[in-house]
Ligand binder design. Structure first.
Ligand code: GDP
Ligand code: MG
Length: 437
């Protein structure tokens, strides 16, 4: 699968202390091949690797400490961007909100209608109504009833009526009269795009003017899905994509291609046949899934953000010259905060847990610390020795803390500066890294 292929691609970079322009190019060629194999459209795959390459060169990937990891991160970021970047919400502003499902037969419309109703009922406190507009097979209406029953959501149907436009319109009237605030319209699909189906869904769409028209697509259908998405989008200008059956051994490529071809966000994914197998679509998680290297990537990310070499050198110099001030302390805290739990981090540094025992920096204590430092003047921050009792009182007042808290921070700061100085010798390098560089 794609993850394995990408793994292999990145493997090329591992074991190379330094990489050259040649093996960056080679790796990206492998990445492109992996994307193509995963059914990503050719042009998209090509554009993708070109972009990553440009960025890699821009960031001087060849001279960084861990070029392979930086490249992994670039690929992941670009993949996330390609899938929409941000999480796309669902518009529930209507009264009632009308949601129309569109897509081929078997894509998972009926199942997803139920999942979405269940999600809105249990997670969003809504009162949804399911509407059966698949009038061609009696079993389709029955299926929606089974779904509705299983989640305790009412189903609206008119078994004798052969006009889905009317049924949908009547359902909305019924919803208004009975206090339903979301109407989910399940429709008929064909096995392939055909004129009749497209005309029908377009007529329903025009008549009910949904807030959300959702195109439902089976993630396992690859390139075909892209063409189907294009056709539906041309007729309906839909608002979002639902990617179903992501629980199987899916190739994921459809997700990438659909987003870039129709430029509509993927809003939810279906991950099973059960009613709770629904997830909000997170581009970044999908990128991680595709890359199959979640842990590595997030570690690299943490490292990227935190280990700013230059910053570290600056701090080291300041400590050496006794110029380490509260502004530096604040930026250290911010760095540490970004890395996660303070205690966990300290625990990772050999010997440091003992040194830090008295410092007692709790995660939620950061709030006070930041407030206190923000209440100091620039002079006070750079020359903490100036902070006398009078100044302490003013700082406590300004930050809404007690004078004891200011005292405690001063003490912590003192210990921290001492410890950092101590850690500057051999063996203290790790801590310096943890503390900002
Ligand atoms: P429709 O024709 O578009 O209404 O599709 P259905 O909702 O009837 O789904 C077709 C088949 O796919 C059914 O057997 C569903 O149980 C199955 N299905 C739907 N969504 C998912 C999913 O997310 N994962 C899996 N594994 N199966 C799904
Ligand atoms: Mg159906």
């Amino acid at each position: 699968n794609l993850s394995d292929k990408l793994d292999k691609a990145f493997h090329i970079l591992k074991g190379h202390g330094k990489i050259t322009e040649v093996n960056v190019a080679e790796t990206l060629k492998e990445v492109r091949r992996a994307l193509l194999d995963a059914d990503v459209n050719f042009k998209i795959a090509k554009d993708f690797t070109t972009k990553v390459k440009e960025k890699a060169i821009g960031q001087d990937v060849l001279t960084t400490l861990q070029p392979g990891q930086l490249l992994v991160k670039l690929v992941k970021d670009e993949l996330t961007e390609l899938m929409g970047g941000e999480v796309a919400g669902i518009n529930l502003s209507g009264n009632p909100t009308v949601i129309l499902m569109a897509g081929l037969q078997g894509s998972g419309k009926t199942t997803f209608s139920g999942k979405l109703a269940n999600y809105l009922l249990t997670k969003k406190n809504k009162k949804p109504l399911l509407v059966a507009c698949d009038i061609y097979r009696p079993a389709a209406i029955q299926q929606l009833y089974v779904v509705g029953d299983s989640i305790g959501v009412e189903v609206y149907s008119e078994p004798e009526n052969k006009n889905p436009v009317e049924i949908a319109q009547n359902a909305i009237k019924h919803a208004k009269a009975n206090g339903f605030n979301v109407v989910i319209v399940d429709t008929a699909g064909r096995l392939a795009v055909d004129a009749e189906m497209m005309d029908e869904i377009e007529r329903v769409h025009k008549a009910i003017q949904p807030q959300e028209t959702l195109f439902v697509v089976d993630a396992m259908t690859g390139q075909d899905a892209v063409n189907t998405a294009k056709t539906f989008n041309e007729r309906l200008n839909f608002d979002g994509v639902i990617l179903t059956k992501l629980d199987g051994d899916t190739r994921g490529g459809a997700a990438i291609s659909i987003k870039s071809v129709v430029n509509k966000p993927i809003k939810f994914v279906g991950t099973g046949e059960k009613m709770d197998a629904i997830d909000v679509f997170y581009p970044i998680r999908m990128a991680e899934r595709i890359l199959g290297m979640g842990d590595v990537v997030s570690l690299v990310e943490r490292a990227q953000e935190q280990f700013d070499e230059e910053e570290a050198r600056k701090i080291q110099k300041k400590i050496a010259k006794n110029e380490f001030g509260f502004d530096d302390f604040l930026s250290q805290i911010q760095q540490v905060k970004k890395m996660g739990n303070m205690k966990d981090l300290v625990g990772m540094i050999p010997g440091a847990s003992k040194a830090m025992k008295d410092v007692e920096i709790e995660d939620d204590a950061f709030k006070h610390i930041e407030a206190i430092i923000h209440s100091m003047t620039p002079i006070e921050r750079s020359k903490p020795a100036l902070i006398d009792v009078k100044r302490k009182a003013r700082i406590a007042k300004g930050s809404g803390t007690k004078i004891e808290q200011v005292n405690q921070l001063m003490k912590q700061f003192d210990q921290m500066s001492k410890m950092m100085k101590m850690m500057q010798g051999p063996g203290g390098k790790n801590l310096m890294k943890m503390m900002g560089g």
